[in-house]
Design a protein around this ligand. Structure first.
Ligand SMILES: NC(=O)c1ccc[n+]([C@@H]2O[C@H](COP(=O)([O-])OP(=O)(O)OC[C@H]3O[C@@H](n4cnc5c(N)ncnc54)[C@H](OP(=O)(O)O)[C@@H]3O)[C@@H](O)[C@H]2O)c1
Length: 283
């Protein structure tokens, strides 16, 4: 049995869709089963990373799983709890959603947390694969209101170029690995989009699809952090979001061949992503 965690999320949801399309038998662990639209071949189990009983139940009979959660100060302990249950249940292969930039020295907490869990997985007796995506194109949706209403893309991303990746491609790549995990044992894949863009170019791409002018307004990370705090975003989240550009070295902002290799096609472009979300970006 294949288990998908984070199945209501961007990556887990895309992995599930790809597995359903491939007629694979899948189990999902979801916190709210009521709002979850299960499909044929999908076994829905209600539970949480914080609930031992639900984890023991969900992991029974599982041989490979996608471990995908949400960043939070609890993420390390949550991942450790899931991994302990997976070991006990005899899960043979863990496919873990990590990130390019995961490092013990990163200024960004979520990158240090990913590194800690990645290390524990690398040192564990079972098989594993680490998925390391770059920034998701979907992050741009957080700026969609200002883009649509004010023609302004405010972001703390400086002038560097980033190989933004569509989270749906990350999920599709996870599905490829989940159906044939042995071929991907002990592999770490850097998942990037096909082109690097600075945020000036992202604004131009948004303008081209939205049909109105959009200006990039670079914001100093400290100022962006203050704005997020004023909006009530928790301190830990505000810092990571505002300073995320500092998580990447120049080498980590390069395009990787891993995603097209896994998918057997070109990854989705920024223009395709924006066109699919045209309503969010244009009035
Ligand atoms: N954003 C980026 O640019 C980026 C880039 C690289 C890597 N990443 C990594 O990608 C991951 C996020 O992926 P995503 O965007 O697919 O996430 P997402 O859309 O926010 O979804 C998170 C999923 O985790 C589930 N979840 C959260 N807390 C849980 C808990 N306590 N127990 C069980 N399930 C729980 C959520 O369930 P509910 O629906 O119940 O909340 C949801 O299904 C993070 O680890 C992040 O560091 C992000």
């Amino acid at each position: 049995m294949i288990l998908i965690t984070g199945a209501t999320g961007q990556v887990g949801g895309a992995a599930l869709n790809a597995l359903v399309a491939a007629s694979a038998e899948v189990r999902v662990l979801v916190r709210r089963s009521s709002g979850f639209t299960g499909s044929e071949g999908v076994e829905v189990m209600q539970g949480s990373f914080d609930d031992d009983k639900s984890l023991a139940r969900a992991l029974e009979g599982v041989y490979v799983m996608l471990l995908a959660g949400r960043d939070s100060p609890d993420s390390v302990s949550q991942h450790q709890r899931v991994l302990a249950h997976a070991r006990r249940a005899g899960v043979r292969h863990i496919v873990k959603l990590s990130a390019i930039g995961a490092s013990p020295e990163s200024p960004i907490a979520l990158m240090r947390e990913h590194h800690q869990i990645d290390e524990e997985i690398r040192e564990s007796p079972g098989d594993w694969t680490l998925l390391k995506p770059h920034l998701y194109m979907q992050n741009l949706l957080r700026a969609a209101d200002a883009v649509r209403r004010e023609g302004r893309l405010s972001a703390p991303m400086g002038r560097d170029r980033f190989p933004l990746v569509d989270a749906s491609d990350v999920g599709a790549a996870a599905a490829v690995i989940l159906v044939n995990p042995t071929a991907h044992a002990a592999k770490e894949y850097k998942l990037t989009g096909p082109v690097t863009y600075n945020y000036e170019q992202v604004a131009s791409a948004l303008a081209a699809v939205a049909g109105h002018a959009i200006a990039y307004e670079p914001v100093a990370p400290e100022d962006f952090e203050a704005r997020l705090l004023a909006m009530g975003i928790p301190t830990w989240r505000a810092f990571d979001l505002a300073h995320i550009a500092s998580a990447y070295s120049a080498a980590e902002n390069a395009i990787s061949p891993d995603l097209p290799m896994l998918l057997g096609r070109k990854p989705r472009s920024l223009y395709e992503f924006i066109a699919d979300n045209q309503n969010a970006f244009s009035s």
